[in-house]
Design a protein around this ligand. Sequence first.
Ligand code: FAD
Length: 538
Amino acid sequence: MIDASGDESPVDAVVVGAGFAGLYMVHRLRDHLGLSVRGIEAAEGVGGTWYWNRYPGARCDIESQLYCYSFSRELEQEWDWSERFPAQPEVLRYLNHVAERFDLKRSFTFGTRVVGADLDETSDTWLVRTDRGERLRARFLVAATGNLSAGRVPDFPGRENFRGHTYFTGDWPHQPVDFSGRRVALIGTGSTGVQLVPHVARQAAALTVFQRTPAYACPLGNRPIDAGTMARIKADYPAIRQREWDFPGGVIFDDVRPSALAESAEERQRFYEQKWQAGGMNLWLGSYEDILLDERANETVAGFVRDKIRSRVDDPDTAEKLTPRGYPFGAKRQTLEDGYYEAFNQPHVELVDVKATPIECITPDGIRTADRHHPVDDIIFATGFDAFTGALYRMNIRGRGGRLLSDHWAAGPRPYLGLNTSGFPNLFFITGPLSPSVLFNMPRAIEQHCDWIADCIAWLQAHDYQAIEAEPDAEADWVDHVREVADATLLPQADSWYLGANVPGKPRVFMVYLGGCANYKRICDDVAADHYRGLRLI
Ligand code: FAD
């Protein structure tokens, strides 16, 4: 299929990415609308996040019956989950099963990266270029490129001189890595670092963890799903799918209460303990509604988690370093752990607070911090992603007047509803910035966007329109609305990747819509019902 001659292969739509989003988008456009579709994926297979992040301990932290597609009743009934929170290999197997069941792989070119996309304004079509020299012309371009797919390793001086092995968690080797007998450095204690630490500690001769900001990590509470439980889940799927929309993030909880401040300290403590024991996101999104809205309410739960951390770490000095302060509980992506704090009770595991003693450089045989040299054999970078915009900008998308998307969004991303931006007709983002994306159970957020995009394309065709493009005013209003909603919460108070704070020079804009998934879906549906209000039809 690769045509390196410079000729353009015409298709109706190009979909970039073969994770949850790209797979379902291709299915909708190809199998429901009958369009000619080409998927392009940099990896050698499907899976997206779950293809790349193969580090030990990589695991989904949303319950498996929620973290899956809902579009096919047959698919739901034939797939058995083995654990409450599935590990990376199981999610990858699931996505391969989906790709095969719906015969999706034949529509993708793997091992190929989109390196450019230019709007041809004479016809409002996209010219897409790949790193293998192929050129495709498509009326519709869908970025299913992922919010957490553009890896980011800070530019530590001397990195290139390190003589040992280095690993980035988001591009982990396919063969298991054996750390036995090795002195390992692990940089980063976000969700990934917290998952990795107990696994590496089990193997390594010495593990040094470099922490910038301590996490409010809560227990995962994983357990196997037995046959009886799976049968009950399958019978309940229709009710589960309905209930998901009753919760702002699409994750179901029992007994969410309105206000932490309305209850006595004793009752609050009892309730937090119950939620702590229940595991998962229970304390974060399933306890009191005001803990992410009111500083005093937040402090009650933050104090509870701090006490829990202190009670699990033997050395008081290490416990203090691991105790988060200075930002609200839940304002960063909730990290869930299984043996993380206990790992630091082992004599061969050390914690370095890089706020107190910053990393100065990487040397040929270790890491130098402000106070000393840490000799190591291997370095693991669990340093996260250039979230939301990283993968989009790396595609070099040029819209009207040859303007780069990164220039159009220089002051921060501005897509209307997170779906489309002015000057870039027929370019759609799946779970793009300014949509509920990562604070909505992602497979459901993805399905909602793919359905909206597919319905929009079908409508354009039925009404003989060539293109659709956000109006600048609608875009500006949406940017304001997203900011207002975020500012009514405590989330912008933390230096998180939701705000781009982990990437030097990135504009500080809260990139997630916090109005709740049902509310957001209603807005998107109303816009469509109102002949795509806020979008120009061409
Ligand atoms: P991705 O899965 O990221 O797929 C995007 C694909 O696009 C990638 O395969 C990438 O190679 C490809 N791509 C990007 N740019 C190009 C290009 N220019 N050319 C060709 N291909 C390109 N979400 C949850 O809801 N719950 C969780 O528990 C959870 N855990 C996570 C754990 C980790 C370690 C990470 C990194 C993310 C996690 N997420 C979780 C978020 C996760 O990314 C989403 O749930 C979901 O997998 C996103 O699917 P996607 O298809 O949108 O993007």
